[in-house]
Design a binder for this molecule. Sequence first.
Ligand code: SAH
Length: 378
Amino acid sequence: MNIIPLLTPSEAESRVSLLEMGLDELTEFVKGLGQPAYRARQIWEWIYQRYAADFEEMSNLPQNLRAQLAQQATLSVMTPVVEQVSMAGDTLKILFQLHDGQTIEAVLMLYDKRRTLCISSQAGCAMGCTFCATAQGGLARNLTTGEIVAQVLYFARYLATPGALPMTEVERPSSVTNIVLMGMGEPMHNYKNVWGALRRLTDPGAFGLGARNITLSTVGLVPMIDRMAEEGLQIGLAVSLHAPNDALRTQLVPINKGYPVDELLASVQRYIAKTHRRVTFEYALMKGINDSAELAHELGQKLQPLLCHVNVIPLNPIPDSQFQPSSDEDTERFVEILRGYGISATVRLRRGIEINAGCGQLRRSQSPGTKTREAVAV
Ligand code: SAH
């Protein structure tokens, strides 16, 4: 495992995390160390373009600056504690521990030409969706901008190191090509830090990933969808719908009480009008709950006017849950009915089911505070 030693809480407190700084703040910091401003740009490039894990790697910095940085600053905001690889060798899931002991998950999925990374925006989640493993522990706290960015840098470093990944041999592209905010947490409930991270990840002078290659998935916080429409970044929007009407959606997604289906769809309509971008709806199919032909028709009628795609997700079964995945036949029927309305709909490939690739499941399977430093190949 690509272990970066985690600082003790007191070490972490006495050092500033450079990942929390924009370039302007980093420049001020470097000047405060009595160094010329251009050193900030060099450090910035080491972090975001060469994925340096520590200051010793920054070979074009003078030794005295590297020593000052090591004493006063850090790039290490989390450490991997469990690593799991799927049987097919195409999915790698990591549980990271943060300084305060909280844990979060991120998953890398290898496709032919894509390296898609699914990252977390919060430790835990406050939304309470009844079929979701993350929801069960409630919200611990928001992730900082640096903690969100650090997940991407960690995998970027991993991918860029030949032979490092404990999975299918990775050739080109050896970089993160796509990011989805579909890990733990509700990104719209941590709006400021998430957008701080999105700006850093898309900034051509920093990580420089195309905004179109990033998707933010939300449970449907209507005012935040309107706010996102004003951001002027081409980040993709995915909305977790899971039911076409309020009676059913409120049972599955309790925040539906505050933002009912029709209001949610109206905000998506405004979003499309403003951005001209196609929106994705996620619909996790649960046996006997939301998978009937009748509900598929209701959904088809509601979504027909929208420029959208429906991602039908086979439910990831979670232990002790009343919800089970739908059968293949019912899934196929559901998708066919939607297509009959002219709606683009696909069934999402289930990746890494045997490694608990669903939201929050690895974290839940570890008792709080464990420090397993082992890679688990399943
Ligand atoms: N909070 C955000 C993003 C994180 S969840 C959101 O709600 O969109 C990412 C996606 O996984 C959401 O669509 C969520 O509803 C779905 N999901 C959660 N638990 C699941 C499960 N057990 N099986 C399948 N999908 C699940």
